[in-house]
Ligand binder design. Structure first.
Ligand code: ADP
Length: 627
């Protein structure tokens, strides 16, 4: 029989498994058992919706059979089984391409616990096996096939004999080495321990013939043995267990096993409800965003069970978009088993559960923020952008629920603060909540517009996320305080005399500014300001679109281009102000050149591109070379 080749990426992963120096090889059993359980789930679920499938729920089981003579460990299940094509497709290719990407990204971190924590599935069995045979018969078919592989150089598939539907995975264990004892996986005590450690919550019985030895009756030296079929697992799923008896470690293992994360969860929320609708839920907030979180490939959702039977792998209706990072399981007896996805969406009970979960999440996040600020800040670093998007999304429908979960960097505190904290220490007479936008907090701190506001002793929130300003504009106010962009809005910081003084100065120089504006077609107005302390120039915007928003929207891959209404402001107390006035009297051409240079400077400070860089550089050089 000709050997078939594995797909390239499967080969790589397999190589990693076979040559693994990974010490926690024992997790292979968890992986194989979890596949068996999934296969039973699948058949179980189908039997509920398809009357032609007649299976007795009570007979579902997973069986472990160690055979010391043959050095094999067999894991059998009576689940859905696999056809010839399925054997080929499922075991010849690796399903979770994510784990491979992950491996490549982390190639340099040799000791990272990818295998144990990521759950690489079936292939992990190659860590302990020299050969693997999978004999499977799909439910409803009378043909069985055997898939065999000794590793990297390929696999064979041939016809086989199997009495009933389901799958046998037969592992021929590797020879023992100095570092590893593979024979251990043939010992009852070891297998029992592993099932209890990793697979206790599997909802089908995991059975094994266990040999017991006791003294023969009436003798004190002669032993007799008998075997007994034992169920090794507790079968109560974790989410249905008494919280008090669950250790943090149990949650962590469950999470990384089920949701393929190499890190522990940041927060576990184990909750249940009774009343209009009953359910148990086990929710997890991850430590970090999955690698595809901010891409369109990411799918939100919770696993949905009805009384312990998995009915949907990922039910997206259970989570609002702004909580799409939450992972977990929901189990409710109040959901009909044989309902389709479309009908489920309309289900009243499902909606109630979703509402309940949302409220719970908000409550838990709020208390994390109050009681464990350090963790909350980590959370916000990973998922804050998602919450801010939630504020802005759907025309601000959810803004009131989310506004108190936000954090922004504060110019005063030099760390992130809540809006509540900001407002509570606002100065008397302060008109609003000041914010400034830019690429990094460091860059914002250096902008001219920020300088004056800080100088007057006001706190400013620094917005570095592209969605920040959209979120603040959607909020409009917080506790009736307006959000004011220091580079855009009139902050009204001046005294009446100061205002009068600038106004007069601008009127006196009206003709000069008209001329300067004509040199700059992009600009709505040129004027003197007293808002700059040491800087010569800055750009501010008027109207609804700020300069930051212009940058963000124009960077998006759409045809839509927008423009903020820009005003070039010149520091009235800077030496350059006098120079301009002088040039207007003596050399109008030079004034135009100066205007272009000043505008380019203002754009540079804002991080905006300059359309005519060669012209500007020549102009600057000419001025530099002037005697
Ligand atoms: P995963 O379980 O994450 O999909 P695996 O590599 O562990 O990845 O398994 C690949 C596929 O092989 C599974 O998705 C499933 O379709 C199939 N499979 C594995 N074990 C069994 C089994 N015992 N019964 C039926 N199908 C199985």
């Amino acid at each position: 029989m000709a050997k078939k080749q594995f797909k390239a990426e499967s080969k790589k992963l397999m190589d990693l498994m076979i040559n693994s120096i990974y010490t926690n090889k024992e997790i292979f059993l968890r992986e194989i058992i979890s596949n068996a359980s999934d296969a039973i789930d699948k058949l179980h679920y189908e039997s509920l919706t398809n009357k032609d499938i007649k299976v007795n729920k009570k007979n579902f089981e997973i069986r472990l059979t160690p055979n010391k003579d043959a050095r094999t460990l067999t894991i059998s299940d009576n689940g859905c089984g696999m056809s010839k094509e399925e054997l080929e497709n499922n075991l010849g290719t690796i399903a979770k391409s994510g784990s491979l990407n992950f491996k490549e990204e982390n190639e340099h971190k040799k000791d990272i616990d990818i295998i144990g924590q990521f759950g690489v599935g079936f292939y992990s069995a190659f860590m302990v096996s020299q050969k693997i045979e999978v004999i499977s018969r799909a439910y409803g078919s009378d043909e069985a096939y055997s898939w065999t592989s000794s590793g990297i150089d390929g696999y064979t598939i041939e016809k086989a004999v199997k009495d009933s539907y389901g799958t046998d995975v037969i592992l021929t264990l590797k020879e023992d080495t100095e570092d590893d004892s593979f024979s251990e996986y043939l010992e009852d005590y070891r297998l029992k321990g592993l099932v209890r450690k990793y697979s206790d919550y599997i909802t089908y019985p995991i059975k094994m013939e266990v040999t017991h030895q006791h003294l023969k009756e009436g003798s004190d030296s002669e032993y007799e043995t008998h075997t007994e079929l034992e169920t090794l697992n507790d079968m109560v799923p974790l989410w249905k267990r008494d919280k008090k008896k669950i250790k943090q470690e149990d949650y962590d293992t469950f999470y990384s096993d089920k949701f393929m994360d190499y890190e522990k969860p940041l927060k576990v929320i184990h909750t249940s409800a009774e009343g209009l609708v009953s359910f148990n839920a086990l929710l997890f907030i991850p430590f970090h965003a999955p690698y595809d979180f901010y891409t369109k490939n990411y799918e939100k959702g919770l696993q949905l069970y009805s009384n312990g039977v998995l009915i949907m792998e990922s039910c997206s209706d259970l989570l609002p978009d702004y909580f799409s990072f939450v992972k977990g399981v929901v189990d409710s007896p109040d959901l009909s088993l044989n309902i389709s996805r479309e009908i489920l969406q309309q289900d009243k009970n499902l909606k109630l559960i979703a509402k309940n979960i949302e409220t719970k999440l908000i409550k838990e996040l709020t208390s994390m923020m109050k009681e464990n600020r350090e963790d909350y800040e980590k959370f916000f670093k990973a998922f804050g952008a998602n919450l801010k998007f939630g504020i802005y999304d759907q025309f601000g429908m959810n803004k009131d629920k989310l506004k108190d979960l936000l954090l922004f960097y504060s110019s005063e505190e030099k760390k992130v603060v809540t809006l509540q904290e900001y407002v509570s220490r606002m100065k008397e007479g302060q008109e609003g909540i000041y914010y400034a936008c830019g690429e990094t907090t460091g860059k914002i701190d250096l902008t001219p517009q920020v300088e004056q506001v800080k100088d007057k002793g006001y706190e400013i929130l620094y917005c570095t996320d592209y969605v920040d300003e959209f979120a603040l504009q959607t909020l409009m106010t917080y506790e009736e305080k307006k959000f004011l962009n220091v580079a855009k809005d009139n902050l009204n910081l001046d005294t009446d005399e100061e205002k009068e003084e600038v106004k007069k100065l601008n009127e006196d120089n009206k003709d000069m500014f008209t001329m300067m504006k004509e040199t700059l077609p992009d600009i709505k107005e040129v004027r003197f300001t007293n808002r700059l302390k040491s800087h010569p120039v800055c750009l501010v915007s008027e109207g609804n679109i700020s300069i930051e928003m212009e940058k963000v929207i124009n960077a998006m891959p759409t045809d839509e281009q927008i423009k903020a209404e820009k005003v070039l402001e010149i520091n009235k107390d800077h030496k350059i102000a006098k120079k301009l006035e002088h040039l207007y009297e003596t050399d109008k051409d030079a004034l135009k050149d100066y205007t272009k240079i000043l505008y380019a400077e203002a754009r540079l400070i804002e991080g905006l591109p300059i359309d005519n860089p060669t012209e500007i550089t020549s102009l600057i050089c000419d001025k530099l070379a002037e005697e």
